[in-house]
Design a protein around this ligand. Structure first.
Ligand code: GAR
Length: 196
């Protein structure tokens, strides 16, 4: 099974969704080898431990980005991680890190990319008067939120929506989309390896 490392900075609800998806059917082609965080007090770490998952945490404060990423990289490799899933990991990754995990990092972003890269996506969708909000799973490249999109889900925006209400409905879609997109990506990667 492909060993997946999940990176979180906060609540970790997408990490839990991925874990539950695997738990419902243990034959899924991946296993969660590590949940890692740059925020030692992240709520998601508590949830991960409760789920029996291995965790690693180190604060990035006062550290050069590249130094922190070297520690992170060492922890992931030590755990035998082969594929990384960013799940509310709110820190930019260094070019060196991204390059050394080329095509091996996925991210979920709460917008219909290429719209609204970066932060405050739901507010921006509402201000623009968009008909739909949504979420995207994409492959991580050096440029923020700009790598190839592999899956998307749309959510219709309602007249009474505010950023929080829209975020909540999009999050439900994230929880359905991310586990499936991750699984499909694992299967695609395996196919590539098998074909040399
Ligand atoms: C999710 O909505 C995710 O799409 C978003 O943060 C939230 C994390 O929630 N990610 C980003 O904004 C990345 N720039 P979670 O910790 O409960 O999974």
């Amino acid at each position: 099974k492909m060993r997946v490392g999940i990176l979180i900075s906060g609540r970790g609800s997408n990490m839990v969704a991925i874990s539950e998806y695997k738990r419902r059917d243990p034959t899924r082609p991946y296993e969660i080898a590590l949940v890692a965080s740059n925020v030692p007090e992240a709520r998601g770490l508590v949830a991960a431990r409760r789920l029996g998952l291995k965790t690693w945490a180190m604060s990035h404060r006062g550290m050069e980005r590249s130094d922190f990423d070297r520690h992170l990289d060492a922890a992931l490799r030590e755990a035998g991680v082969e594929l990384i899933a960013l799940a509310g990991y709110m820190r930019l990754l260094s070019d060196e890190f991204v390059d050394s995990w080329e095509a091996r990092i996925l991210n979920i972003h709460p917008s219909l990319l290429p719209l609204y890269k970066g932060l405050d996506t739901h507010r921006r969708a509402l201000i623009a008067g968009d008909e739909y909000g949504g979420c995207s799973v994409h492959v991580v490249t050096r440029d923020l939120d700009a790598g190839p999109v592999i899956a998307q889900a749309r959510v219709r925006i309602q007249a009474r929506d505010d950023p929080d209400s829209l975020a909540a409905r999009v999050l439900e879609e994230e929880h359905k989309l991310y586990p499936i997109a991750l699984e499909q990506y694992v299967i695609a990667l395996r196919g590539e390896t098998a074909n040399g």
